[in-house]
Design a protein around this ligand. Structure first.
Ligand code: ZN
Length: 264
């Protein structure tokens, strides 16, 4: 059991604003520097990044120079058009932020095959840390947390870390989640309500982090089509997007180009 996840100079790296809601208790305790890649505008064109900025600041966190810097549309275009330079630049910028702020612990998105931006965010984190080691000769701790699965899904990992919220913080967290979801509305509100109905409010009491391994072996997506490919086809049919992002065609070449060993 690793016990120092709240005593480090931490950074949190997320693809989308709103992911911080999953680990709000830890955020309030660790007060990390937070990087968010996109503004959360999705296909609705209503960014929610400022909502996250306010929440993160109120919880004591700091926001980095990359914070909602891209629209989701720009991110998807970069994936579809195989814009390797876009991702290499992003990797360099993240690395520089981590070095400048002397970060010694990074937590962030995990690969779940749910959303291409989540998965690429995890690859960017892992590769940035390889770059950091090369440039600065040290390697921060690297943890991930699930965004879709139950928070405790990987809790049997021998080095899993659990942050437990006290009663007041649980209430505070629930209020924040509800008010965030209500402001954003639409699908997010439905998802929050469904999740609380399904798992109960107790699900908010524990926030689990595991050493990042989800991007080490992505080959299973060659056999088992990730959720985002199936969902993407529906989104294209509904007219939200023009093309479906596919693992083998779009994700794998970019991930490889980012440098499996950090050399790209
Ligand atoms: Zn997301």
């Amino acid at each position: 059991m690793c016990s120092n996840l709240t005593h480090s100079n931490a950074a949190m790296i997320l693809s989308h604003p709103g992911h911080e809601l999953r680990v709000l208790g830890w955020l309030k305790e660790a007060k990390p520097l937070v990087i968010v890649l996109t503004d959360g505008s999705g296909h609705t064109n209503e960014p929610r990044i400022e909502l996250s900025r306010t929440l993160i600041h109120e919880a004591g966190g700091r926001t980095a120079s990359i914070f909602g810097s891209y629209t989701d549309q720009q991110f998807y275009e970069a994936i579809l058009h195989q814009d390797v330079k876009f991702f290499q630049r992003l990797k360099k910028e993240i690395t520089n932020i981590l070095i400048e702020n002397e970060i010694d612990l990074v937590v962030g998105d995990a690969v779940e095959g749910y959303n291409p931006s989540h998965d690429l965010c995890r690859c960017l984190i892992d590769r940035s840390l390889v770059e950091l080691q090369k440039a600065a000769g040290r390697r921060p701790l690297n943890y991930e947390f699930p965004l879709v699965a139950l928070p405790s899904i990987w809790s049997d990992h021998p080095e899993a870390y659990c942050y437990r919220l006290n009663g007041n913080d649980q209430e505070w967290k629930l209020d924040q989640i509800k008010s965030y979801a209500k402001t954003v509305g639409g699908q997010l509100l439905d998802e929050v309500e469904d999740s609380l109905a399904k798992f109960g409010n107790e699900v908010l009491a524990e926030e689990w982090f595991t050493p990042a391994t989800s991007a080490l072996d992505l080959s299973h997506f060659e056999q088992k089509i990730p959720f985002y490919e199936r969902h993407g086809e529906q989104q294209v049919s509904a007219g939200h997007y023009k093309n479906t992002i596919r693992f083998r065609e779009h994700m794998l070449p970019l991930i490889n180009a980012m440098g499996a060993d950090g050399t790209a």
